[in-house]
Design a protein around this ligand. Structure first.
Ligand code: UGA
Length: 480
């Protein structure tokens, strides 16, 4: 009876916490909360050294924590131990090297040791798409079992990998079931990451929201405290249940993808009506209910997150017999947008691409990264190669990655080298170097001046004056 009474009180208190938990500054320091965890939460493990894990590990070390970054890939860890990054992200090497030298950051393949020597364990392993679109949770589950076996004291696990709704609760059970020593308990929390590749450090330092899901307010408070610098800089804290935290992440990426597909389709309408998508997006975005971000048309969204998470979300919803028509339409519109690039090319160059020489400028899925995962360039170049085109390419950072997967591609050391003597040029990534290229020179170098500017990098009037035959995304030539 007394344990039932106690449980009810705890449940009511927790319900109240949930009701009152959306606040600008965390107010979680009740006596009960602070007594629950005795450690200082200074010893942190980050398991998985991809974008999220490495930025998090280096960032937390930069804030003064002792951080162990662990990964099963020996080659990656050896490079990181030498201060070499496995991918390009501006200035991340500075954080990594400074904190390696200060001995606040270290890298290991020994996940057992990383778990044993840490109070907080962030899990940042990838959750890629399986061929059916569902999220592959193999890495997450195996890390959870490893964590369970190495729990040797009070610890909090915080999952940052993007996961289907309900996963963290399953992981919590998996850890409890696999623990060798049941004298310890282990709270599992979920803290979605919102940083973007290409601006990851800036996003780490300044974010608009910090979302933490968890059953135990004390554990949530410990995680919130780790990010206290964000909270004093006007970040909104949302403490919530595990499922809502997971759903916020899926909803965010699905909504962003939807905004892009929406503006891409509108740009397609502008193509045939003479309306200007830049003006339309400006007018649309001024409505604060809509907002101006993510209204730039392009060749279709790519990267390691939006394509994967929209697919994963639709898959989960289908399993649960919920029809997410809008997200499915977003995915379909994106596939169509990528295919439209070749359709536009053929409208200008003719249907037969056999033996043509075509340059692709920009291979990364967006500027300021060398990441080519789900880049529209992959699909577009593969199709050109299949139609026997000699494809030349230039990208300031992503050529090595692209050559590993598309061997028929002729990567060049400069924009000039890639575009000389070409029948057409397709611009796919908004790198500053590509945006600021000399259009007159490009016109002279090309065999025929056909340009597909999928990112609207160039002034249509100027392209027209220079004699280009071109197509962009919804920006007509202004007739005065
Ligand atoms: C995305 C989200 O923006 C992040 O908030 C999130 O943390 C991350 O996924 C993740 O889940 O880890 P990211 O994949 O780095 O970040 O790239 P975005 O900046 O979102 O761009 C995605 C794609 O949309 C790119 O191909 C980009 O070129 C395209 N895009 C973006 C447009 O075509 N138009 C726009 O207006 C914006």
């Amino acid at each position: 009876m007394s344990s039932y009474f106690y449980k009810s009180i705890v449940q009511i208190c927790y319900g109240l916490v949930l009701l009152l938990n959306v606040s600008r500054l965390p107010q979680l320091s009740s006596a009960e909360d602070s007594s629950a965890y005795t450690f200082e939460a200074n010893k942190i493990a980050v398991i998985g050294t991809g974008y999220v894990g490495l930025v998090l590990g280096a960032g937390l070390a930069e804030w003064g924590h002792q951080v162990i970054c662990a990964d099963i890939l020996q080659e990656k860890i050896t490079s990181l131990q030498n201060g070499e990054l496995p991918f390009y992200e501006a200035d991340l090497d500075v954080w990594v090297n400074a904190n390696l030298s200060a001995k606040r950051l270290r890298f290991t393949t020994n996940i057992d040791e990383a778990v044993q020597n840490s109070d907080i364990i962030f899990v940042t392993v990838s959750t890629p798409s399986k061929s059916d679109g569902s999220a592959d949770l193999f890495a997450l589950e195996s890390v959870a079992k490893t964590i369970a076996k190495n729990i040797n004291g009070q610890k909090i696990v915080c999952i940052k990998s993007t996961v289907p709704i309900g996963t963290t609760r399953r992981i919590q059970t998996l850890i409890a079931e696999n623990m060798n020593q049941n004298k310890f308990s282990c709270d599992v929390t979920f803290n979605p990451e919102f940083l973007r590749e290409g601006s990851a450090l800036a996003d780490f330092i300044k974010t608009d929201r910090l979302v933490i899901g968890g059953d135990n307010p004390s554990a949530v408070k410990v995680i919130a405290d780790i990010f206290h610098r964000l909270l004093s800089a006007n970040t909104t804290l949302i403490n919530t249940d595990l499922e809502s935290a997971e759903a916020i992440k899926y909803a965010s990426n699905a909504y962003l993808a939807t905004k892009i597909s929406f503006i891409n389709e509108f740009a397609n309408l502008c193509d045939v009506t003479g309306a200007d998508i830049d003006t339309v997006a400006y007018g649309l975005g001024l409505d604060p209910r809509i907002g101006s971000a993510f209204l730039k048309p392009g060749p279709g969204y790519g990267g390691s997150c939006l394509p994967k998470d929209t697919l994963g979300l639709v898959y989960q919803a289908k399993e649960l017999k919920v029809d997410l028509k809008i997200v499915q339409a977003t995915i379909d519109a994106n596939d169509a947008q990528i295919n439209r690039v070749i359709i536009k090319l053929k409208q200008l160059l003719g249907e037969d691409l056999n033996n043509k020489k075509i340059a692709v400028l920009g291979l990364a899925f967006k500027a300021n990264t060398d990441d080519i995962r789900c880049s529209p360039a992959l699909t577009i170049i593969a199709q050109l190669l299949a139609e026997n085109v000699h494809v030349t390419a230039y990208d300031p950072m992503a050529m090595n990655n692209m050559q590993k997967v598309l061997s028929g591609l002729d990567c060049c050391s400069s924009i000039d080298a890639a575009t000389a003597g070409t029948d057409a040029v397709i611009v796919l990534t908004d790198w500053e170097e590509i945006k600021s290229l000399d259009l007159s020179r490009l016109r002279q170098l090309m065999k025929t001046p056909i340009l597909i500017d999928t990112r609207n990098l160039y002034d249509p009037q100027k392209l027209d004056q220079l004699g280009f035959l071109f197509s962009n995304s919804g920006r007509p030539i202004k007739k005065h």
